[in-house]
Write a protein that binds this ligand. Sequence first.
Ligand code: HEC
Length: 105
Amino acid sequence: MRKAALCLCLLLGAAPVRAEMPAPRAAELEHMVIQDCGSCHGLTMKGGLGSPLTRDVLDGAPPEALASIILDGVPGTAMPPWRPLLTEAEALWIAQYLLTMEPAR
Ligand code: HEC
């Protein structure tokens, strides 16, 4: 049982499972992450007004938890809720995008 779980992790690590997203919408979301999220989190997500969102910082965060922050924001901070602009699947896609994005050099 434990071995099976380990294999699954290795498998997921090798080929991250992405939320299904049609290519044109995925391109829009990618643009949004850089333009809109980037205005606070930095163009390369290394932080600014918002906290860094790089893969190494977020590593280990469950995508669902990040997606819920993206949808509802962080009350009392500058992080706004994106629910009016994004579906849950799109927020999950962005979370997975952040978790797998290549670090900028
Ligand atoms: C107006 C500025 C602003 C914009 C725009 C913004 N954020 Fe944030 N975000 C913040 C701030 C500030 C925090 C830190 C909140 C705190 O102190 O916990 C944050 C936190 C987060 C976190 C939690 C990080 C962690 O380590 O727990 C995630 C995930 C996140 N933002 C994603 C996004 C995404 C995705 C977008 C674009 C759709 C976005 N943010 C746009 C300001 C912003």
